[in-house]
Structure formats: structure tokens, C-alpha cells
Design a protein. Sequence first.
Length: 110
Amino acid sequence: MGASKKDFFTDEQNEYAILFRALAHPARVAIVEYLMGVGSCICGDIVSELPLAQPTVSQHLKELKNAGLIRGNIDGNSICYCLEENSFEKLQSYISAISVKLQNKKQICC
């Protein structure tokens, strides 16, 4: 069996790609923004905030959770979701490094 394309990149590069891919949908961005505002919530709360069906919201929550951007804790018959701070700190650090490089750039590109 041949090598996966992921094998040609570092673990860190693959991890960043997973995080950014999970955020590459407007519904997931909306979920993250909602969680930023409320701190934590149950799935039903998110469904009432988005113009999407409950199964669709659940699928987006699953993608965010699998990427490590949110976590969910079972609370009775509901699941309480919140942001996974470490993942967002990692993204912030990555974006900040890019920003510093751009600010330090002396010449105009292209």
C-alpha cells in the first residue's frame, strides 16, 4: 500500500489542516461564535439558533468535536458543548506567527 499524502507533511501541519478544515464551513463558524457567546449549551439551543435541521447541526458538531475544537459532556438526556481552549490557542499562535512574519516583511511581494 502506498504512502498517504498526509505522510509527506509534519504532524503539526496535518493537525493545523484538520483544525482549519473543521472551520471551513459557515455553519461551523456560526456554532463556534454561538459557543463563544454562551460559554456552553445543549444541542437543542444551537438548533434553535441556526437555520438548519437538527441532524445537520449534529453532523457539524461531530466534525468540530472530531477536530478537537469543541468538547461535549453528557448532562442527563442532553449534551453540553463548549469550546476546546487549547485548540483555539494553537490556532491563535499559528495566525500570530504569520502576522509577525508579514509585519516584519521589508519588501512588497509580487
